[in-house]
Every structure is written in C-alpha cells, then in structure tokens.
Ligand binder design. Structure first.
Ligand SMILES: [Zn+2]
Length: 525
C-alpha cells in the first residue's frame, strides 16, 4: 500500500546518512523540504507515492557538503577583476593586468591571485614597472592569500599612504625611503577603502555564478568567514528574493559598523542566511610572513610576524560576543597567535562550556598547546588544501623543528574529537574532492610528494567527510536540522558521480544531483 505522499523519492542509492554508526540505506522520501524517512529500498518504495521519483542508479548519496571557511563576496569581486592566478613571472602579471585594463575600461584596476613563490627566488615584488605602465590609473593587485597587495604609486597617492605611514597590525614596505608598493595585512585596509565597488547587479550575477559552481561540487552550505558591513544589504536582498538557495552561515568582520548592527539586530536569519558569529584576525599569513610566531622566522631573522588585532581589541570583542550570545571565530596561523587565542577563549569556556568558539586555520600550533583545544573546548576549523598549497616553501619559513605542529590536523583532532573543514576559497580551490584527497593523502594533484606531506597528520576519509557535514553543522549550531540524513532534518543532499574514497591519485569528481531543503538546485542527467 502506497499510503503516504512524498514530494520526492530517491532510491537505488548508497545513502551514507553520516550518523555515528555509519548507517547506510538505499532510499529516501522527502516532503516539505524535510526528510520523511530514509531506509531500505522496498520499505520506502512500498510506503510512499511521490510526484517525482529519481533512480540513483547505485550512486552514493551524502549530506550536502559544507565549506566551513569561504569568502563569497571577495570571490565575486575577484571574478570581476583581473585574473592573476598561475602567473609564472612578474612580466606575465603585468601583461595580464594591462589586458584587463584595456578590456574593462575601469578607472581603478584591481587584480587577484599572484604568488611570488612561483617565480623562482620567492622574492616579494615591487611596483617600479607597474608605475611605468600605469602612471595615472590606480592599480591594486592582491596576492593569492589575500594578505598582501602590490599597488602602484597612483594607488598609494589615492589612499594617502606614504613612506612615513605607520599602520598598526600591518606593514607598508619601504626600501631606501621609498614605498615599494607592497602592503601587508591591516595596511591593505586603507587601500580597500578607496577602491570603488563594482555595480551591484554585476556583483549579484557573480555571486549567482559562484552559487552554481558550489552546487556542481555538492556544496550546499558555506560559512562565510568575514562579512563586511557594506555587503549586508546585498545578502539581505538575495536571501529575501530567494535567489540565494545556498545556506550561508555568516561571520561578521570585526568593525564598529558590524557591532552596531548586532546591537540593533541581535542574531539574524534572512531566508537561508544566518548570522550569529564574528570573525577576527589575530595575525596574517605565512606566505607573506605575516603569521605571528613564537620564535623568529627561519628565513627572516628577528621577524616574528604581525599581530593584526591588539590584545585590548581582542578582549573587547570577546566580551561583546559573550554579551550578545555570538560565537567568535578567529583567524590564527602562527603558533603564537594560536596560543594567545586558546588562552583568550578560556574566558568563553568559563561562561559556557558549549561555546563552540573557533580557531580558523590553526595552521601552526606549538605541540605543547594541542591539549588546550580540549581543555577549553575550542573548535578547530582547518583547510586541508592549504597543506599541499604551502608545502613547497613552508619549511623555509618555519624550519624543521616547528614542522611537527604545522597542518597537524590529526594531532588536533585527537584532542577535540571534532574538526570543521573548509577551503578558504577563493584563496584556495573550493573543490571539496580535492580537499578529501589533500586531507587523506596529503599530496598535490601531481601526486607529490609520493609518501605524502607529513602524512601522519592526515585524516581518515570518514573524518574528512564528517568535517564537511555533521561537524561543520555543529561548528555553526545547525546540527539539529542539518549535517546528517536523518528523519526530520532538512533534505540537504547530494549524489556523487564517483564513490568517495581515499584513492592514491586524484580523480575529478562532482555532484550529479544537489538538493537543498527538498528542492533540486542542480542536476545533470
Ligand atoms: Zn579566510
């Protein structure tokens, strides 16, 4: 008897519901955006009739993936600027920038994605040639990690940055009393403040393209790691118009405007868009030597990195978050910032042991501090692709002895029993299948190094998938209605083209069917 009506039934699948017992079923019935029942093939097919029935042809189903650390609007703006990813020389960077300038006709040129470590010598660039090519038009070119920018003199003038500018938590690079055009961390803020925004229509179109790209990869949720106050109206617009189908868990950037927003609005939920957390920066990045280390860099003596937020401001924000019931998620790359943060988070632990405050990246941690994650119930939020993106040069920065605490995901997981996983797109590739490969094999797509990069700190396949599903849901307080494919939860699910495995070489993979709250948002036949 097919007594009960469902909106959608998917059967003949290998359904990993991602509960604690690693239960597998074959069929799922969905109604009003939620999971009615998941179970054996005959049980579901006999019980439910449905407007739409999909035969999964034996493909694997998982809960939709979450990218626990990405940047939506920076990615949208990046799509609208000059593409400098993969530039092999400074010359190529200049040529691509010129081509973009000719084509786009913009009065302020912005580009993204250069990486000096690909140029040989690992020497950070200066702006002489940029000044020759663009004597009058301001040009601002971001490094791949978003923690350094190369600008020309016209841009420096526009932002009123001189060789005497001192910016706390940042660096204006000066050689022979002349600005080289290289700005690090907080020094970039005065530059971004003078860059004119792209038209809203173009930005929304770019965001919709990104949403489509995420769905193709089976990503149904993104934790947006640092939303600027000026972007909130745009998010509200696309969320309320339902153009935003993706679940977005937003972290607000630490700014006076965003604190005022929280005082007025408390926790926010517009359609699929949620805000109940702040994102703070404790330091910069390793690539541009901005990460704050306990001992000097191995390749820059006397240099410890950059503390981008003062201890006083960190304390203020922590108190603000406690007062408003907000989660605090802090970017910490160096072992010194990780130690500072772990101790700061003790405050939250004293108030509420289930605070779920996060450390984003937790990239270099002193092994003596690993246990503090457990002690203060701090959630690590990591990006396994960073390990393979950085492995070429990271030992030069840190030296051999510190490598034991670098990208030490397994060691940290042993303490916490939970780890949220993301990619930091667009500063690394958003492909979750690459994340799985990087986390389990610790190799790049060229299969290097053959034994894996510090493989002892790799993750198991199941733990990596948990990090992108149920653990990511816990890290955003959404586990009651998302993260597994259990009865009563939102029907956020994917069917993958190839079975997920921890194979020894990387194979492309993608979602064939992506469903959010019961709605098919992406499908290929
Ligand atoms: Zn980030």
């Amino acid at each position: 008897m097919k007594g009960q009506k469902a909106d959608l039934v998917i059967h003949n699948a290998i359904i990993h519901i991602m509960d604690e017992n690693e239960t597998q079923y074959e069929a799922i019935a969905i109604k009003d955006g939620k999971i009615l029942e998941v179970g054996p093939e005959r049980q579901i097919l006999n019980k439910y009739s449905s407007d739409e029935t999909i035969d999964a042809e034996g493909k694997e189903m998982y809960p939709g993936f979450t990218d626990a650390h990405g940047h939506l609007m920076p990615y949208a703006d990046m799509k609208l600027g000059a593409n400098l990813f993969g530039c092999r020389t400074l010359e190529e960077l200049l040529v691509r920038t010129e081509k973009y300038a000719d084509k786009s006709n913009r009065k302020f040129i912005v580009g993204h994605g250069w990486d000096q470590s690909m140029w040989g010598g690992d020497i950070l660039p200066t702006n002489e040639k940029l000044n020759e090519l663009f004597p009058n038009t301001p040009v601002c070119l971001y490094r791949v990690d978003g923690h350094a920018v190369l600008v020309n003199q016209a841009a420096l003038d526009k932002a009123k940055i001189t060789n005497k500018s001192i910016i706390p938590g940042g660096q204006v690079t000066v050689e022979n009393r002349v600005c080289t055009g290289l700005l690090l961390d907080n020094a970039m803020d005065s530059m971004s403040a003078v860059i004119p925004a792209y038209p809203e229509k173009n930005r929304i179109n770019a965001l919709m393209e990104i949403q489509e790209e995420l769905f193709q990869y089976g990503i149904t949720s993104v934790h947006d790691a640092g939303i600027a106050n000026k972007d909130l109206p745009l998010f509200k617009k696309v969320a309320e118009s339902k153009e935003l189908k993706l679940n977005v868990y937003g972290m607000l950037r630490n700014s006076a405007e965003n604190r005022t927003f929280v005082e007025k609005n408390g926790k926010v939920n517009w359609g699929n868009f949620y805000i109940s957390s702040f994102k703070m920066f404790a330091d910069g990045a390793l690539g541009s030597r901005g990460a704050l280390l306990k001992k000097p860099y191995s390749d820059a003596h006397n240099h410890l990195g950059i503390q981008t937020t003062t201890p006083e401001d960190m304390n203020n924000l922590a108190h603000f978050c406690l007062k408003h019931g907000y989660q605090l998620n802090t970017h910490a790359i160096g072992d010194s910032s990780n130690a500072i943060l772990l101790n700061l988070y003790e405050k939250a632990y004293a108030v509420n042991q289930d605070h779920r405050w996060r450390i984003e990246h937790a990239q270099v941690v002193d092994p003596a501090d690993f246990e503090l994650f457990r002690k203060y119930n701090v959630l690590p939020s990591v990006q396994p692709t960073h390990a393979i993106s950085d492995m070429r040069w990271v030992e030069n920065r840190l030296g051999k002895d510190r490598m034991q605490g670098a990208y030490a995901y397994q060691s940290i997981l042993k303490e916490t029993g939970i780890i949220a996983i993301g990619t930091d797109f667009p500063f690394d590739r958003l492909n979750p299948f690459l994340t799985i490969f990087a986390a389990t094999q610790r190799k790049n797509t060229d299969n290097q190094p053959s034994g894996g990069f510090r493989l002892e700190d790799g993750l198991s396949l199941m733990d990596c998938i948990r990090g992108m599903t149920i653990w990511a849901a816990i890290a955003s307080f959404q586990e009651k209605y998302s993260g597994t494919l259990e009865k009563g939860k939102e029907a956020n699910l994917i069917l993958v083209e190839r079975p997920l495995n921890s194979g020894r070489s990387f194979r492309e993979n993608f979602s064939m069917l992506t469903v959010i709250k019961g709605e098919i948002v992406y499908r290929i036949d």
